[in-house]
Design a protein around this ligand. Structure first.
Ligand code: C5P
Length: 320
């Protein structure tokens, strides 16, 4: 008989849990901010063509895979109650897809230590998918190639390949076809976490509604922005930040305008909605400014909490 697992901590109390912990593989995966999210018109398949410049930031989830009698998911962290623990969780789907490719059973316990805001536009769910994939690949000794892993990531979701790769990258197509980008220095960020999430399909739907009857130009990456990343120039990057989903996110969540204003009033170089939101991102000049902008955002009462981070951050990394 197997021992009960606490869904918040993912641990049991007896020797079985101790043995499982010893055999586990843990992967650390970063959140992302889109420094440019250029969105084209809706495609026949319902997706949108993108020029999506991803930058990984130093907020991380950790996914631990341990052998188990069946596929189970547990989660701990401040927002753990908002994370689905069933087969809709991208971590579970990653284990299933990888196992199916190799004709094995996806018998694994996946424990997610969640620090990335949930449904916040920072690719937390995608991070867990990429993390679970790498962890299961190591646990099961499959030694999949990078190309195979990226293929499964793209099947899981548009942002999942970037969670594996990290650093900075331009994503085209629906965002899954990546070209890695050079970054010439560290950038400092503050992220204001909103109450509640926003549904990504709902934000794209609102984008379509706001652009109805208009010709949406094909998405193109900004050369000025790519140059700012390459040279590590925060002031130039601040001037080039752009998110085509921002009007849609603001339309669905008008209160985000006050959060954006609170951050710029407090001295941020620039502010924008992160991906489909509702997390808002503030580029600041250094670590000291990050602390003061974060404190001002919390004091403004326009967000639930504020987190400080730097970029670029490494992609999914095996911790052992
Ligand atoms: O690929 P992913 O499952 O993350 O996409 C979630 C939803 O976001 C899609 O169902 C679609 O509504 C929207 N989306 C889009 N165009 C993209 C990426 C996502 O319309 N390039």
């Amino acid at each position: 008989m197997s021992e009960a697992v606490n869904p918040r901590t993912g641990t049991g109390t007896g020797t079985e849990a101790a043995a499982g912990a010893a055999a586990g593989v843990t992967v650390r995966v970063p959140a992302k901010v889109n420094v440019q999210l250029a969105v084209g018109g809706a495609r026949p398949d319902g997706f949108h063509d993108l020029a999506n410049v991803f930058l990984a930031v130093s907020l991380y989830d950790e996914v631990t895979a341990t052998p188990a009698a069946a596929l189970t998911v547990t989660c701990e962290g401040p927002d753990a109650d908002k994370v689905p623990l069933d087969r809709t969780n991208l971590a579970a789907r990653a284990a299933e897809l990888l196992a199916a490719r190799h004709g094995i059973a996806p018998d694994v316990h996946l424990h997610i230590a969640k620090d990335i805001p949930v449904a916040g536009g920072m690719a937390g769910g995608s991070a867990d998918g990429a993390g679970a994939l790498l962890a299961c690949d190591a646990l099961w000794g499959l030694d999949s190639s990078r190309e195979e892993l990226l293929e499964i990531c793209a099947e899981l979701g548009s942002d999942v390949p970037f969670s594996l790769v990290g650093g900075a990258a331009l994503g085209v197509g629906r965002g899954e076809r990546l070209t890695e980008l050079p970054v010439g220095g560290a950038f400092h960020w503050v992220f204001a976490v909103a109450d509640g999430g926003l549904s990504t399909p709902a934000v794209y739907g609102e984008f379509d509604r706001l652009n109805e009857g208009m010709t949406v130009p094909g998405p193109v990456a900004s050369p000025v922005l790519l140059d700012a990343l390459r040279t590590g120039d925060a002031t130039a990057l601040a001037g080039a930040l752009a998110n085509d989903l921002q009007p849609a996110a603001l339309s669905l969540r008008p209160s985000l305008a006050a959060t954006l204003a609170a951050g710029t009033d407090a001295g941020a170089l620039a502010a924008l909605v992160s991906g489909s939101g509702p997390t808002t991102a503030f580029l600041v000049k250094d670590a000291e400014s990050a602390e003061s902008v974060a404190a001002a955002l919390v004091a403004s009462g326009t967000c639930r909490t504020a987190r400080v981070a730097t970029s670029p951050a490494a992609g999914a990394t095996l911790l052992g």
